[in-house]
Design a protein around this ligand. Structure first.
Ligand SMILES: Cc1cc2nc3c(=O)[nH]c(=O)nc-3n(C[C@H](O)[C@H](O)[C@H](O)COP(=O)(O)OP(=O)(O)OC[C@H]3O[C@@H](n4cnc5c(N)ncnc54)[C@H](O)[C@@H]3O)c2cc1C
Length: 507
């Protein structure tokens, strides 16, 4: 197998991978391997923005408390304090790089409000904050001579020697060859796993690859039972899980039934701006009670010009699908949105495997606990990338690449799969199973059932892996299965409800 030596290997080109790579390029040569086009990421889709204390009436104490409250007592307080206190510096860095955050009439940062936040503290670029940040980070990274991009390069597994990570096997999809990227430091920044569920706001790249790679390498994974379901994804056959940002509720839109009658006040004192898990369960409950396929978000009472100005993506996307949000109710359903757990790290982003770091959504830093506070995750990617660099740079000079013996080609002697029909069927079965039994409201017997079904699916997948040459769909199927099994077994172990893990019935 071809070997490519580098100082630092970054897997993934979302906010975590890119912000790390830009700083790491001061230390040495950085390779970024990313499985699709560079901009394909959860980051690109983020709408609301980045939480950061800015206003005079706000305080770190309040942001910390809101994060801890959302996390249901399961957060690591030191991670929360670190992230909240570094937020203004991170915003300033992005601003200096050229991210044009919205400004208020007084020329200060315009601050939006989202569920669970006691103050207006969401720094944003209209309702396309993620895209704005991703574009600037990509531009900066591309301009940097020490960074080389490998697009359509799919990381498959880590390579270990003497209990150290020595790099990763990455498949060059277009040329159909495997490459061993041999690195002094490897950074896992492959994002989330929303695709394990039938309904998700995540793009197709979010197949839990990093979680599966960590699992295969015996790297510690934690808190996977905590899956956040976003209450309001657009319900429309052509919507592909399009998100109706919480910022719209922060702006005054209210959840309602089909007649525009609000229902959230029966569930929580904060009404439509209650924490996400509460809102998702309320919608789920109302749908069951009313035997409907969706509920609605009512923005028709808001000023239509302000709506169009502040939410251009939402307005235009809905209009393109025949829904004028200034005049019509928006049909919504909850969708899998964010995996609070992941590859366990310390405050430097270090994993349990030496020389392997995990950053961003793939990691479990302790910030989110049992439920993520809105707009804390882009921030987490930035802060932990910064913390990892500060840690790595102290020891970097002493590090050498660790040579490997020859790595065997896993495709040796295998035939190609003629069609992907069987893969699609198995994928759909995983997604249906996870949605039905390991979703918003869980039951002990449902979780056990999911475990049995996933075990059966595993047998079929193992046969495919044994007999056929790999292709992207097959490896993603492997990763979806591993991630689903980890979520399910973590959910089985946690007998009582906590945060996003809501369990009823025989406990
Ligand atoms: C619709 C939507 C709206 C959101 N809104 C907000 C918001 O307003 N504020 C907020 O804080 N958070 C928001 N989030 C969450 C936030 O966007 C993500 O948590 C964050 O962007 C994750 O960044 P990341 O760099 O860890 O991963 P990503 O941005 O997902 O990047 C992962 C990268 O890894 C690559 N990759 C994956 N697997 C492999 C592999 N096997 N090999 C190589 N490369 C691989 C992908 O192609 C991608 O480039 C939102 C999420 C969604 C889906």
């Amino acid at each position: 197998m071809k070997t490519l030596k580098t100082d630092i290997l970054v897997l993934g080109s979302g906010i975590a991978g890119l912000s790390f790579a830009i700083k790491a390029a001061k230390l040495g040569k950085v390779c970024i391997a990313t499985k699709a086009a560079c901009a394909e990421s959860n980051t690109r889709l983020a709408q609301g923005g980045i939480a950061s204390v800015q206003g005079k009436d706000d305080s770190f104490k309040s942001h910390i408390q809101d994060t801890l409250t959302a996390g249901a007592g399961h957060c690591d307080i030191s991670a929360v304090e670190m992230v909240v206190k570094k937020a203004p510096k991170m915003i300033d860095e992005l601003y200096q790089m050229g991210v044009k955050f919205n400004l208020s009439e007084k020329n200060t940062l315009d601050l939006g409000k989202e569920g669970g936040h006691s103050h207006n503290r969401i720094v944003h670029v209209e309702d396309r904050s993620g895209m704005a940040v991703e574009n600037i980070l990509l531009k900066k990274a591309r301009e940097n001579k020490n960074i080389t991009f490998y697009e359509y390069h799919f990381a498959i597994d880590f390579v270990k020697k003497n209990k150290k990570c020595t790099g990763a096997i990455v498949w060059d999809i277009k040329n159909n060859v495997d490459i061993f990227f041999n690195s002094k430091i490897t950074v896992l920044a492959t994002g989330g796993a929303g695709q394990v569920y039938k309904t998700t706001t995540n793009p197709p790249i979010a197949t839990g690859d990093g979680i599966a790679m960590a699992y295969n390498a015996d790297v510690k994974i934690s808190d996977m039972e905590f899956v956040q379901f976003h209450p309001t994804s657009l319900f429309h056959p052509k919507a592909n899980g399009f998100l109706i940002s919480e910022a719209l509720r922060g702006f005054g839109a209210e959840l309602s039934n089909k007649d525009g009658k609000p229902f959230m006040n029966q569930y929580h004192e904060k009404g439509s701006l209650a924490p996400r898990d509460v809102v998702s369960r309320a919608i789920f409950n109302e749908m069951k009670k009313n035997k409907t396929e969706c509920m609605y978000l009512n923005a028709t009472l808001l000023d239509s010009d302000s709506l169009k100005k502040n939410f251009p993506s939402i307005y235009n996307t809905c209009l393109g699908l025949g829904i004028d949000i200034t005049k019509q109710l928006i049909p919504i359903i909850p969708a899998a949105h964010y995996i609070c757990g992941g590859v366990k790290t310390n405050l430097h982003g270090q994993t349990s495997l030496d020389r392997l770091f995990a950053l961003g959504e793939v990691s479990c830093t302790g910030l989110h606990g049992a439920n993520r506070l809105a707009s804390n995750s882009l921030l987490e990617g930035l802060v932990f990338a910064d913390a990892a660099i500060n840690f790595i740079k102290k020891n970097f000079i002493k590090l050498e690449n660790i040579d490997e013996n020859e790595i065997l080609d896993i495709n040796f002697n295998k035939k190609p799969l003629k069609t992907n029909i069987q893969i699609s069927k198995l994928e759909n079965k995983i997604r249906e199973t996870m949605w039905k039994f390991v979703g918003i409201v869980r039951k002990a017997e449902g979780l056990k059932k999911a475990e049995l079904i996933l075990n059966e699916i595993e047998k079929s997948i193992n046969l495919l892996l044994l007999n056929y040459k790999k292709n992207q769909e097959l490896i993603e199927l492997r990763n979806l299965l591993i991630t689903s099994k980890i979520i399910t077994s973590a959910a089985i172990k946690r007998k009582h409800s906590l945060g996003t893990h809501f369990i009823i019935g025989n406990q």
